[in-house]
Write a new protein. Structure first.
Length: 158
């Protein structure tokens, strides 16, 4: 029961965060700041073919399970793209911003390294039934080599 209450609190905080960054009100307008032609979305074996925001969203929703990575130059709109995807996918997507420590999770972060905190958050997100897609912004920035390998090789299932 406590887990369900914590999940509701976390979603409420995310909704507040979305309001703060004006998702739902300006995300459509935000698309103009995304340089899709400069952003590659691949899973290590193939890339998504995308020319418009709608084609990109449809392609993401029609891919199988797995990890897809956005790559592109600074300022190309990768974070904005994630925010627009979150809006378009609604509750089927969970957006974890790069600065997630202000959000509430079950995990007590005191005394944990940044990498251990992130792995704990990944484990908690994996328990959310509502989220079919997990959108992670700069998720690997604070992981050392060993923790990155753990996250990438299935040590944490998302």
């Amino acid at each position: 029961m406590e887990h369900a209450a914590q999940t509701r609190r976390t979603y409420a905080q995310l909704k507040e965060l979305e309001g703060t960054i004006h998702l739902g009100k300006t995300a459509g307008d935000s698309s103009k700041y995304i340089q899709l032609q400069a952003i590659d979305c691949s899973n290590g074996q193939s890339s998504l073919d995308h020319t418009t925001m709608d084609s990109f969203t449809n392609a993401m929703q029609n891919t199988g399970a797995g990890r897809w990575t956005l790559r592109g130059p600074n300022g190309a709109g990768k974070s904005t793209l994630l925010a627009v995807l979150k809006e378009k996918m609604g509750n089927a997507a969970y957006l974890l911003p790069s600065n997630y420590l202000d959000l509430s999770f079950k995990t007590d972060f005191i005394g944990h390294s940044d990498g251990n905190r992130l792995l704990a958050v990944f484990s908690e997100i994996a328990t959310l039934d509502e989220a079919r897609y997990v959108l992670l912004d700069e998720w690997d920035a604070n992981l050392d080599g060993a923790k990155l390998a753990t996250a990438c090789k299935g040590g944490v299932r998302i």
